[in-house]
Design a protein. Structure first.
Length: 335
């Protein structure tokens, strides 16, 4: 068996979804190479250089395009498609007035798509439409949601001629990309707590705000929210007062004690996307790798994030990640 099964599978079929699917299925058969399979949290990273004979793409824009394509595993073709859109729409921001770029961004994204797909691509905690990073990541998310590159460009501008023009414009820009996988990790909490970046946190009802203001949420839960919010957008679907006292099995829930939260989406992608390499799948596995004391003692998702560890899968958790802490910090307790 090759030392790098992931690379070998990629060589067989150049599709990230295929690699993830094979590895997930392999885990059901006891792993690869006779040992346990480690589905380590990874994401795709693209490092690209434009074609030599093309007009120079500004460095900040190229970095934004490759980061956005990597974030949503769209492949290198999307890097140059994003570059083509930016050139056609604004000549990389140079051909747009201040009002237009503040409204639509340098990639000319519609109000509707900003409303539905906005992403903090540059990681500063605020979605700014004029930012190349935020604009590129938002359009990449549009493409990802549409299912393929052509459909995504059409979602961006409902005209077949526009799709063809973007693809034609991308051709002379196309350079070479190196593709590698890098660890997907959240910022680790400090010994006590991490300030919460509230720009990246979405609460879904007023009871959650009441819980927070009353100070009845366990510091470990707040620390976890703070750690995730440093680099990721998070939607919280349940804290304490908006969750029932009992679990489906009749046990008192850790939610009732303020020791748990449910996560409905990561970086704008709902947790109904349950693939291991989806944002929620990666986050569940990243949480399972936190050090003892910081790692949730309850971790439940649609698939088991840590194999033989204390986390487990539950069919009624295919739309959220549950992360909770036991009173004594041991065992996985009750959800």
């Amino acid at each position: 068996m090759p030392e790098d099964p992931e690379g070998a599978i990629w060589a067989y079929n150049h599709a990230d979804w295929y690699v993830a699917d094979v590895l997930e299925r392999a885990a059901c058969y006891g792993g690869i190479g006779g040992g346990p399979l480690s589905l380590l949290p990874k994401r795709q990273e693209l490092i690209c250089g434009a074609a030599e004979d093309s007009q120079a793409i500004p460095e900040a824009y190229l970095r934004a395009f490759q980061d956005a394509a990597g974030r949503y595993a769209l492949g290198e073709e999307a890097v140059w498609a994003l570059a083509a859109v930016a050139r056609l729409e604004s000549d990389y921001g140079r051909g747009m007035g201040p009002a237009e770029i503040a409204t639509h961004g340098p990639l000319g994204i519609s109000e509707a798509n900003w409303g539905s797909f906005a992403v903090d691509g540059d990681g500063d905690g605020v979605v700014k439409r004029r930012s190349p990073g935020d604009s590129a990541a938002t359009l990449a998310r549009v493409i990802w949601a549409a299912g393929d590159l052509r459909a995504g460009i059409f979602q961006h501008n409902h005209a077949s001629w526009y799709v063809e023009e973007v693809l034609d414009e991308a051709e002379p820009l196309t350079g070479k990309c190196r593709i590698r996988t890098v660890a997907y990790a959240i910022a680790l909490p400090g010994p006590t707590s991490v300030p919460i970046n509230w720009e990246n946190v979405e609460l879904t009802n007023s009871l959650q705000m009441w819980d927070l203001r009353q100070g009845i949420i366990d510091p470990r839960v707040l620390t976890l929210i703070g750690a995730i919010s440093q680099n990721h957008q998070i939607t919280i679907s349940s804290l304490r007062s908006d969750h029932s006292m009992y679990t489906s099995s009749g046990n008192v829930s850790n939610h009732f004690h303020g020791r748990a939260l449910d996560i409905a989406s990561i970086d704008g992608v709902p947790c109904t996307v349950v693939t291991p390499d989806g944002p929620c799948g990666r986050m569940a596995r990243a949480l399972a790798l936190l050090p003892p004391g910081q790692r949730p003692t309850e971790l439940i998702f649609c698939f088991d994030p840590d194999g033989p560890g204390p986390a487990f899968a539950a069919a009624d958790h295919c739309d959220h990640i549950h992360a909770g802490y036991d009173d004594d910090g041991a065992g996985h307790g009750h959800e």
